[in-house]
Design a protein around this ligand. Structure first.
Ligand code: ADP
Ligand code: GLC
Length: 485
């Protein structure tokens, strides 16, 4: 097996900078691909946190003017990741988040920021860093989408390209008048290029021009080809269905290992599930819940957004409470949803608790202490929290959509009889069906032997990157072997 070089282009990467699962995937895939002979280096923006973490940076290239200011490309290691860092202070050295300011308003120059990232990704793909010639460029989400366009219109031999969609809801659409300033030729502004309903579509460009498209679960790959799930891009995706596949995400078992997790109160494994009770007690204390070892404790670790179905959960709260359950919510996001959760906690002290914000350690604490983990998403490309939950013996209660449907085995009577059940699913995604799933979950929880079996099945299921990494490696090799397009 000859080793291959892959350049990943990503706008966030765990553990350096993260707003969601994209960072987890970008951070874990390089390590998972290494045993398959795939050497990944990742190009990321030089946000302050990334610049600080970069060890012994080596300058690779410099620009006097890259989309409005001087910039340099640095190469180095951080958190065992092999990185190229686009150090462009005018674009990336600012407080706030990677895409928006502290008030949640998108940065006004996102078009330039992520065109710059993509442009440099494409240039690296074509040999910008002397001696480095990746065989494939792997673009993650809209922020990297234009890399496929720059390579396509570059007029040079180019590496193979893969566009991975983590979430079709975020598409990166910008004013057509930017075209020339982005360095794209007039001919690129067509339905076969970067044009998307009169604008420039960064994700659209990647979906149209990449050699292959992946998304993060087989079911989401099918869903995005339908008008209901395609968010306006289903026609294009149907047309490219022969170049589209779904590869599930995994979780990094070094980060998510209940037997040796420094972020939880009491480590445990499948043979010592009783120890979870100590984590449950700690969680109840942290969230101000009644210290009741027998109450069904439901956890939610999530961005608080429409996608995640938080409003459906609030609608089902009376049933949740009637079943005697408790609810612990860790999340941040839309103001009205935060307000709804806060109001529920205020109305039901001891039964509903919440922590707003992003707290990595507490996310582990919820997984380790909750009896069940809720993921009532309206759509979910893959979802990672249910995978962590399986690993930690928190029974996932999930909407049957996207990757949630692909990773959880519903505790139907047949699945229970076959010893295969790992969680509870509901569909269609609405409050009444969530309510009935909550009742079903409470019924299962009341039978402790059955519940333990479901927990044990979940903990035994393979949520690692082993199989997904092999599928990526096989895909990359097959594309590299294709004649240049
Ligand atoms: P998405 O990327 O759509 O937000 P995923 O389930 O793929 O959803 O990934 C979410 C990631 O972010 C998981 O690693 C989860 O543990 C983490 N996460 C979400 N909200 C929080 C939070 N408030 N605090 C800590 N971690 C969080
Ligand atoms: C997106 C999706 C989520 C997925 C993650 C990583 O943020 O919303 O379902 O798990 O990307 O691929």
């Amino acid at each position: 097996m000859t080793a291959i070089e892959v350049l990943a282009v990503a706008s966030e990467i765990y553990p350096l900078i993260k707003t969601g699962g994209l960072a987890d995937v970008a951070g874990a895939l390089p390590g998972a691909l290494r045993p398959h002979g795939v050497k990944v280096r990742t190009l990321v923006p030089g946000y302050p946190a990334v610049r600080r973490a970069l060890k012994r940076p080596q300058p690779v290239h410099a620009w006097d003017d890259l989309f409005g200011g001087p910039a340099q490309l640095l190469e180095g290691m951080a958190a065992r990741l092999s990185l190229f860092v686009l150090d462009a202070p005018h674009l990336f050295d600012r407080p706030g988040g990677p895409y928006a300011d502290a008030q949640g308003r998108d940065w006004g120059d996102n078009a330039q920021r992520f065109a710059a990232l993509a442009r440099v990704g494409a240039d690296l793909g074509q040999g910008l860093a002397g001696g480095y010639a990746p065989a494939l460029v792997h673009a993650h989400d809209w922020q990297a989408g234009l890399a496929c366009a720059y390579l396509h219109y570059g007029g040079h031999p180019r590496p193979a390209t893969v566009m991975t969609v983590h979430n079709l809801a975020f598409q990166g659409q910008f004013d057509r008048r930017l075209l020339a300033s982005l360095g794209l030729p007039p001919s690129s502004f067509s339905p076969d290029g970067v044009e998307y309903y009169g604008s420039i579509g960064y994700l659209k460009a990647g979906l149209r021009l990449a050699d292959w498209i992946t998304t993060v679960s087989p079911t989401y790959a099918a869903e995005i080809c339908t008008p209901e799930g395609g968010m306006g891009l289903d026609g294009l995706l149907r047309g490219r269905a022969d170049r589209l596949s779904g590869i599930l995400n995994g979780v990094d078992l070094n980060v998510w290992n209940p037997a040796a997790d420094p972020l939880i109160d009491t480590p445990f494994d499948a043979e010592h599930l009783d120890l979870r009770g100590l984590n449950k007690a700690a969680l109840q204390t942290r969230f101000g819940l009644d210290p009741d070892p027998d109450a069904l404790l439901l956890g939610l670790v999530s961005r608080l957004s429409w996608q995640k179905g938080v409003d459906l959960l609030l609608g089902a709260l009376p049933v949740l409470l009637a079943e005697g359950a408790q609810l612990a919510v860790l999340g941040s996001g839309e103001a009205n949803l935060e307000a709804g959760v806060a109001a529920a906690a205020a109305a039901h002290p001891g039964r509903v608790g919440c922590v707003f914000g992003y707290d990595e350690a507490l996310a582990h604490g919820v997984q380790a202490g909750a009896d069940a983990l809720l993921v009532p998403s309206r759509f979910e490309p893959c979802g990672l929290t249910q995978l962590c939950a399986l690993r930690y013996g928190a029974v996932p209660l999930v909407a049957r959509v996207g990757g949630l449907g692909d990773t959880v085995i519903d505790a139907s009577p047949m699945a229970i009889a076959a010893g295969a059940a790992t969680g509870v699913q509901f569909s269609p995604v609405n409050t009444p069906m969530l309510e009935s799933a909550l009742r079903r979950t409470a019924g299962l929880y009341a039978d402790r032997t059955a519940w333990r079996r479901i927990q044990a099945n979940g903990m035994a299921s393979d949520v690692s990157w082993r199989t997904p990494a092999r599928l990526y490696a096989d895909l990359f090799r097959s594309l590299i072997a294709e004649p240049a397009g």
